[in-house]
Design a protein around this ligand. Structure first.
Ligand code: ZN
Length: 273
């Protein structure tokens, strides 16, 4: 990010040059803008915020695979299981939650045949996705930029919003005029009440439409932002699994009975491996 945490490690022995991680034994200093930023600070903060959000998306278990892998046969989620939990062969595997209980109404006779996956297999599959993306990196990024600019184009919605806000102002003025006139001129109160209610209803209807537009604008901007984060991750991605890359790039993975995995990525692309 261009900032540097000084004294991240400190010397314990000048002769052996051993350095230990600083866990607070020596004060740390955070220096902003110390060296040239690779990622602009604003982007870095956005990526971190998105990461935190995506990591925390599933409250059950902190694992990044939780809630993201699905069985193509029954639609159930893949859950984790620990094999050999007490010995050195301990490993975590993921499998369809219906694997042993049977699928829905079909009952226990029809059990899913989708494969059990080790975490290594999941990571390897993701690395295959990264390798595929790397092959067409330039073209993919160019296409995504195009998609991003379309997705993020809110100019028409903004125009509609300006018109609605204008209409709302007109209603407010009429409303004010009605009230003022009623206070100064004797008039049919039933007719006045009807106009009053009508204007209130019109104002409320316009408020609702404006709120609806705002929600659509926010949604479009959020989608464009997601694609932007994806592009930036892709630009800097190596071909090795990292939790951060997984969290930013993977929306869901669907596992077929033959073991094929379909990755639905957060930019809207699908990649099968
Ligand atoms: Zn299943």
């Amino acid at each position: 990010m261009g900032d540097k945490l000084l004294q991240k490690t400190y010397s314990i022995d000048f002769l052996s040059k051993d350095r230990l991680k600083n866990h607070g034994e020596v004060p740390q200093y955070y220096v902003e803008g110390d060296h040239e930023a690779i990622i602009p600070p604003e982007t870095f903060k956005r990526v971190q915020a998105e990461l935190e959000k995506r990591k925390g998306r599933h409250s059950t278990g902190s694992c990044v695979f939780s809630g993201r892998i699905y069985c193509a046969q029954c639609g159930q989620i893949y859950g984790s299981k620990t094999w050999h939990s007490t010995d050195q062969y301990r490993r975590v595997v993921w499998q369809c939650n219906s694997k042993f209980s049977g699928v829905g109404e079909a009952g226990p006779k029809l059990k899913c045949t989708t494969p059990t996956l080790t975490e290594e297999q999941i990571k390897e599959a993701f690395e295959q996705v990264l390798a595929k993306l790397a092959l067409g990196r330039e073209e993919i990024i160019a296409n995504l930029r195009e998609v991003q600019s379309q997705v993020g184009d809110v100019s028409q919605l903004e125009t509609e919003r300006v018109i609605l806000v204008g209409k709302h102002k007109d209603v407010d003025i009429l409303f004010q005029q009605e009230i003022t006139r009623n206070a100064s001129v004797a008039q049919d109160q039933d007719a006045y009440n009807a106009r009053y209610d009508e204007l209130v209803a019109e104002g409320a209807m316009l408020d609702e439409k404006i709120a609806e537009l705002d929600a659509r604008i926010t949604e479009k901007q959020r989608n464009a932002e997601r694609i932007d984060l994806f592009i930036q991750s892709l630009e800097q991605a190596g071909e090795a699994f990292t939790e951060d890359l997984w969290c930013i790039m993977v929306d869901t993975v669907t596992v077929s009975p033959q073991g094929g995995m379909k990755f639905c990525l957060t930019c809207g692309m699908h990649v099968e491996v």
